[in-house]
Ligand binder design. Sequence first.
Ligand code: SF4
Length: 486
Amino acid sequence: MIPDLQAYHYDGPAEFHAIVGQIMAYLGYAGGHEPLPVGSEIVLKEVEGQYVLEGWFYREGMRWHSQAAFLEKDEPGRVIKNLILHWHQRCYGTAHSRWGTLTGVRPTKLVHHLRDQEDDEKRITDILVSQYHVQPDTAQYLVTMTRLQRPYIERPVHDAALYIGIPYCPSHCLYCSFPSRLAGAEAQPVMERFIRAVVQDIHDIAALCRQYDIHIRSVYIGGGTPTCLPLDGQEAVLRAVAGNFGNIEEWTVEAGRPDTTGKDVLALLRRYGVNRISVNPQTMQQHLLDLLGRRHRVEDVFAMFSRCRSMGFSVINMDFIAGLPEQTLADMQENMEIVCQLHPENVTIHTLALKKRAPLFHHPLRQHIPPAAEVSRMIHYCEEILQQHGYIPYYMYRQKYMAGSFANVGYAQSGTISQYNIQMMEERQTILSAGPGSTTKFLSHDGHSLKKIYMPKDPEAYVQALSKRMRQRRHLCAMIYGGDDR
Ligand code: SF4
């Protein structure tokens, strides 16, 4: 039977389901805003001590089949990935993605593992090209980026970061899948309970830090849009951080929406020691902002930027998205002209990754998402112009439903790298987290594996679950920092 196009079926041991799912999504057999008109069946069997992988690929009435056998000692996960990619490429005559078989969210993690074993960068580049089929210029790009990251991930084991998640926004943007609630629509008692819970959560983390001699070096308050909380609620959170943690090297607040950052909010952030701020225009054309439900004017972004400058934030980041509905290369060129004129210290270029939870997924404007080739031109333009203006790519990640070659990339002017962004991506440091939807990640003694505690995403569920989760967090912390997991 020929399965539905833009779908795949897997039949085999459950332990390989996630690997197959990841590679099939990457190849466009599931999700994505520009799915390929393809279908596939993947079957994995164990036969007399060896694995046999079979793949059927369907497209426009055509059927293509292949199979291969391999042994358990051959690292089955990697072999499965390699074979499916190879078959897909042969079946459709497509070129390998620049990332080769690095289909995960964090391609740089593997490069750091190689760096742990090997100092020779030429050898690491060769391994990426020969064993992981990464294109040579991309391999070089990853090696250069990880060289820059290395000092930030080789930190003392008792150093940690603090993340605080605030899942509220002033309105919901069309492309966004983040499950935020509208701050203005929240009943006052619910908001007050939420703020009290976040403050309690931060105090609980602070107590752990004191007990186990953990030093918070960076703080990131993200969301959502933390700056849309009532001013007294923001102050309560800032006070809890400033009152508990000394020696914070960098403290970032995501203030993504200019409609939430008047002088009073910015002054409050500065008063408590916030030194980095994220101003996120996403794009700078009024007609696009209106389509996306951003509910602010282009001029508001300029005004907010100049307020942040005059109030002394040492690092300003600006986020942009490539691939928004009706966005053109000329729009992105205009965005970059503005960046070069304003000269923020950090710039992050995201690619739209359309997820089912985003309102855009079911919206007619979905049809107006630019094709991958146009998005690729936008990204290359940004990369070129930013590097010409002294911005260095310093961290990156990919998303599950991101088309083949794209990545989200953070750029920084020299000396302004965000250690939090690197540590959060590379997962080589403990990140203690407070707030709904946040994940505390304790780095185990092996320096690689993480033990995690997830907070519920919904604010009310979070409030309900907080005591239990704090108990679990204390238990894990005692295991790791009290030495019980050795
Ligand atoms: S893009 Fe930012 S401001 Fe818009 S809904 Fe998502 S989290 Fe909120």
